[in-house]
Ligand binder design. Structure first.
Ligand SMILES: Cc1cc2nc3c(=O)[nH]c(=O)nc-3n(C[C@H](O)[C@H](O)[C@H](O)COP(=O)(O)OP(=O)(O)OC[C@H]3O[C@@H](n4cnc5c(N)ncnc54)[C@H](O)[C@@H]3O)c2cc1C
Length: 358
């Protein structure tokens, strides 16, 4: 809590309507959204290493012919540097082009870990804040403007982890739904190894034989360094202490998330650190133009860290993606116009459109 800006606490907006449980996890949201996209038009498992977004900086030989703002070539893949067979990705209505190739004139070049290169007129970057904080300086060429780099520095990407404990048999009364844990404040600072578990604020019953613990902050990051059986043993000690029952069984399995350790998240979600503000989120959301006369931005940003009210949420991520896409699809969009934050009415339509299979 010491790292969170108190003045900015109110900037986060709670979406009305309560929580909904998505039965099969986020894949049941992605599936209806992606089912109309041909699999060969999606590239997975190949991280972006570089985004060269100002082709004016390329050598003149890279500029091949003219290109209008309305080019039908959405994304073109150059397999010449990768081991796979050549293929073309475009928007479905356009012609296929043999590889290797580049789109005409102005383009963004996206280089992937495999060596594959993709060329596009516009790129919406949804790399999470945790990854951007560590890698933005290496990813973007030319570098991001300093106002964005400073906002990346100021904003926090905190860690929240889950601890799942699975038991052979139920051991809690059936009317118990959650065990809340409250510890006395220590008189002097305690070493992390002796105190991390005090940040587990509850164990909630998911089923009669499955408990879910939540842990956050530096303590969560520390937990990610521990072996699962060590976490399980500590949780058992806590449960025995709080329930005053030495017979609380050891769990059969203990599984913990490790959002901080994961190279493609490096944390869980955005928080406004001391000295940061909502305007840092707005700075991160600002699209970048290749030059002052362009009607549409070249490099856009989306993801939960770019929504100034719903940051740190899935709906914030969704809405920010819509806003970025609308900037490109709105024919009348000019760089001066200010796209309004899509509101919760839009979210309602989104949720209605998702077939939540039980
Ligand atoms: C424990 C926990 C509980 C949560 N509970 C809720 C909740 O109840 N309600 C809610 O609304 N939100 C919740 N959230 C937050 C929500 O999950 C996130 O805010 C949301 O997923 C963010 O979406 P995003 O698209 O911005 O980022 P992500 O979902 O992180 O997507 C970013 C993607 O970019 C990929 N990526 C990273 N680096 C690269 C790279 N170099 N090249 C290519 N791809 C890359 C990642 O693999 C990932 O697929 C929770 C999060 C956590 C961790």
């Amino acid at each position: 809590m010491d790292e969170i800006d108190l003045l900015e606490m109110g900037s986060y907006t709670e979406l009305q309507g309560g929580n909904i449980l998505i039965p099969k996890g986020y894949s049941s949201i992605l599936e209806p959204m992606t089912k109309n996209i041909a699999p060969d038009k999606m590239l997975t498992g190949d991280p972006v290493k570089k985004i060269i977004w100002n082709s004016d900086q390329h050598s003149p030989s890279d500029d091949i012919g003219d290109e209008s703002e309305d080019s039908d070539q959405t994304v073109i893949e150059d397999m010449s540097k990768s081991s796979g067979s050549g293929k073309t990705v475009n928007d479905g209505s356009s012609k296929s082009v043999d590889t290797p190739h580049k789109p005409k004139k102005k383009y963004v070049e996206v280089q992937c870990g495999s060596g594959k290169k993709l060329y596009a007129n516009h790129v919406i970057c949804t790399i999470p804040l945790g990854v951007l904080k560590e890698e933005a300086a290496n990813i973007f060429d030319p570098p991001l403007p300093s106002y964005k780099m400073e906002s990346l520095e100021r904003l926090l990407f905190g860690t929240v982890d889950k601890i799942f404990l699975e038991y052979e048999r139920p051991f809690l009364n059936s009317d118990v739904t959650e065990i809340m844990l409250l510890w006395e404040t220590p008189s002097s600072p305690e070493p992390m190894e002796d105190s991390w578990y005090k940040k587990i604020y509850s164990f909630a019953k998911v089923t009669e034989t499955l408990l879910l613990g939540w842990v956050s902050g530096k303590e969560a990051e520390y937990m990610e360094t521990l072996a699962m059986d060590e976490v399980a043993a500590t949780c058992t000690k806590i449960l025995r202490k709080f329930l005053k029952d030495p017979c609380v069984p050891e769990p059969l399995t203990c599984v913990c998330t490790s959002w901080k350790k994961q190279p493609f998240t490096k944390g869980s979600y955005t928080a406004i650190g001391v000295g940061a503000s909502q305007s840092d989120i707005e700075s991160l959301a600002q699209p970048l133009y290749r030059n002052v006369h362009d009607k549409k931005p070249t490099l856009l940003f989306a993801g939960e860290h770019t929504h100034n009210q719903f940051y740190s949420t899935a709906h914030g991520a969704y809405l920010s993606g819509r806003i970025a896409a609308q900037r490109l699809t709105d024919a009348d969009e000019t760089r001066e116009s200010n796209i309004e934050c899509t509101g919760s009415a839009d979210l309602h339509a989104w949720i209605q459109g998702i077939q939540l299979e039980g």
